[in-house]
Ligand binder design. Structure first.
Ligand code: CAA
Length: 241
């Protein structure tokens, strides 16, 4: 297997951490991006030996600089996993413009910012694997999440468009749509609401971060070059799409 340079955004906690660790265990050189939680990033690096790079994926210039730094330290980026995401839940009639904008910038704007920073190199070298982490809530909608559902749904369209552009250059672009996974983000859902959601998952449990990492590893493999523009739903059967 060829060892490749990989970036995982939001890679020091939750789903991103599991993806970063799986990539490292497969022999890749991994950079884990994070935005704010220095303590968690420090603990992550100490535990995994994976370097963490702090920059805001919602900001175009920060991504240019961050990816430049990673390329300098580890080499040209060949695998990009756009995983970073936030929630700012609230019903439409209570949602502020700031709640809307923050989620659009971080969850969807980040895909543009990061892909724009790596795409020229991938095109020149004739190899790239991009995986964008969407959500079941981008496929099905979710009460209290017009911002998040719009951003995640946008990711699925973004993926299909970029897949068409990358196809002739051996750059595959796929999405994973996780269901409810046992992470800090999902644990923040009010318990009575979460109980009802879990009751609607046929497999009968929340997902594990490793369940999502397994899908990423499948999609980034060198010989996954015929798989592009697809969405892999990993949701315990909650939504079959
Ligand atoms: N469908 C229909 N009605 C619903 C509902 C639903 N899913 N959820 C809540 N309601 C109703 C309530 O029953 C309540 O009705 P009454 O006033 O008649 O009693 C009304 O809406 C108001 O509900 P809340 O009291 O919960 O309203 P709130 O303003 O305090 O909170 C909320 C609203 C922030 C949306 C809260 O319900 C919430 O956090 N819901 C969870 C949203 C969610 O699932 N987020 C996912 C986060 S994890 C994630 O996003 C990861 C991923 O990709 C899967």
């Amino acid at each position: 297997m060829t060892s490749r340079v990989a970036i995982v955004t939001g890679g020091t906690r939750g789903i991103g951490k599991a993806i970063a660790v799986a990539l490292k265990n497969a022999g890749h050189k991994v950079a884990a991006n994070f935005a704010g939680n220095d303590e968690a990033a420090k603990a992550f690096s100490a535990e995994t030996g994976i370097r963490a790079f702090k920059f805001d994926v919602g900001d175009f210039k920060s991504c240019q600089d961050g990816v430049g730094q990673i390329a300098k330290d580890l080499g040209p980026v060949e695998i990009l996993v756009n995983n970073a995401g936030i929630t700012r839940d609230g019903t439409m009639h209570k949602m502020s413009f700031e709640q809307w904008q923050a989620v659009i910038d971080t969850n969807l704007g980040s895909c543009f910012n990061m892909c724009r920073a790596v795409i020229d190199g991938m095109r020149q070298r004739g190899f790239g694997r991009i995986v964008n982490v969407g959500s079941v809530n981008g496929q099905a909608g979710q009460y209290g999440q017009v911002n998040y559902a719009a951003a995640k749904s946008g990711i699925h369209g973004f993926t299909k468009a970029l897949a068409q552009e990358g196809a002739g250059k051996n750059i595959t672009v796929n999405a994973i749509a996780p269901g409810y996974v046992d992470t800090d983000m999902v644990r923040a859902v009010p318990p009575p609401v979460l109980e009802k959601i879990i009751a609607r998952i046929p497999v009968g449990r929340l997902g594990r971060a490793e369940d999502i990492a397994r899908g990423v590893m499948f999609l980034v493999a060198d010989d996954a070059d015929f798989i592009t523009g697809s969405t892999m739903s990993i949701n315990g059967g909650q939504h079959m799409y």
